[in-house]
Design a binder for this molecule. Structure first.
Ligand code: DP6
Length: 324
């Protein structure tokens, strides 16, 4: 029995073209392609070790390590996490039990989803541990992405730096010719979501607006990739804006309807559209996940604007950012 610890870290990611809707009940296959940017400053760390008692079942515990905030996972959350590890073990014919410990470098109760970074980090650590003990080659990031998708769809885009494109099985890195982006998330609501994103994927199919959704998302995906490569920032902003409103409109028109938009979200959105884009003719890309918080992405040369907006929005809300 080895007492080795296998460690892996993975970033969160924010989608500009959204994964919303699945083609099958299991396996997290998306109805449409999605495009995301990896948020390197919002990370999960997973440490795996074999259970000292040699038992076969896996266990989860929060990771206590300096610089990391121990995760709080509900019983359901722990079950889902460990089920994914079990899937990896079955895939490679491995049966020994693991102790899984995980932590985020951001508070878990601040309203930021961590399933993408958690499942990506668990998949990385699991594959490393199992393959090493079996004396087999480590898999490529694309292969690991396919496995991670099975645990949580959006996590398959958390294996790469910069932009990731996910069409079907797994994601891949995509070069859009854009350097590093500054990111801010404006935390307008830290309460727990009443409807999980897994549930949202099922419900949106009941919306009348789901007709044509796949075509709209695919068209935006193609256009956004081309526009970003041509450095057409304003048009890129417009596509991202339309895309997250499209997703939130699906939520609000599902049967039964649900929603994440809060008055604070609208305040931030209006501020960015009217006071920033409206007055300066320039600004950040804007998007929202299945939650109330607003994500802003700035070009590298917009650092001053980002700092100024961070100060202004920070007077009212908590702002988490990768700006120094
Ligand atoms: C709104 O990946 O959380 O963030 O596959 O059921 O785990 P499961 O869903 P999840 O869905 C994320 C949806 C989204 C949009 C996106 O990230 O593309």
């Amino acid at each position: 029995m080895t007492n080795k610890i296998w460690v892996a870290e993975a970033p969160s990611n924010i989608a500009l073209i959204k994964y919303m809707g699945k083609t099958e009940k299991s396996g997290n296959r998306p109805t449409n392609g999605s495009l995301s940017y990896s948020l390197d400053h919002l990370r999960t760390r997973v440490e795996l070790s074999l259970r000292p008692d040699g038992q076969a079942g896996d266990q989860w515990a929060p990771l206590n390590r300096q610089g990391w905030q121990p995760l709080t996972l509900s019983t359901k959350g722990q079950e889902r996490f460990l089920k994914h590890l079990q899937m990896l073990k079955s895939e490679f014919g491995f049966s020994a039990g693991f102790l899984v410990q995980s932590a985020n470098n951001f508070p878990s109760d601040c309203g930021l989803a961590s399933s993408a970074s958690s499942f990506a980090a668990l998949t990385l650590a699991g594959v490393r541990a199992i393959r090493e003990m079996q004396g087999k080659m480590i898999l490529t990031p694309n292969e690991i992405s396919i496995l991670s998708r099975k645990g949580s769809g959006s996590s398959c885009r958390s294996l790469f730096e910069g932009f990731s494109l996910w069409r079907d099985e797994g994601a891949e890195r995509i070069d859009l010719g854009i350097g590093k982006l500054w990111h801010q998330v404006i935390l307008v609501d830290d309460s727990l979501k009443a409807v999980s994103s897994s549930e949202a994927h099922l419900r949106v199919a009941s919306s009348d607006l789901f007709n044509g959704r796949v075509e709209r998302a695919e068209r935006r995906l193609k256009n956004l990739i081309a526009l970003m490569r041509e450095k057409k920032w304003r048009q890129s902003f417009e596509i991202c804006w339309q895309e997250f409103w499209d997703m939130h409109a699906l939520f609000e028109t599902s049967n039964p309807a649900f929603g994440y938009m809060r008055s604070g979200s609208l305040d931030v959105l209006n501020f960015v559209r009217e006071q920033v884009w409206g007055k300066l003719g320039d600004g950040p890309l804007v998007t929202m996940d299945a939650g109330a918080n607003v994500h802003l992405l700035y070009r590298e040369d917009q650092a001053d604007l980002a700092r100024m907006m961070g100060r202004q929005l920070g007077e009212k809300w908590q702002v988490i950012s990768n700006l120094s």
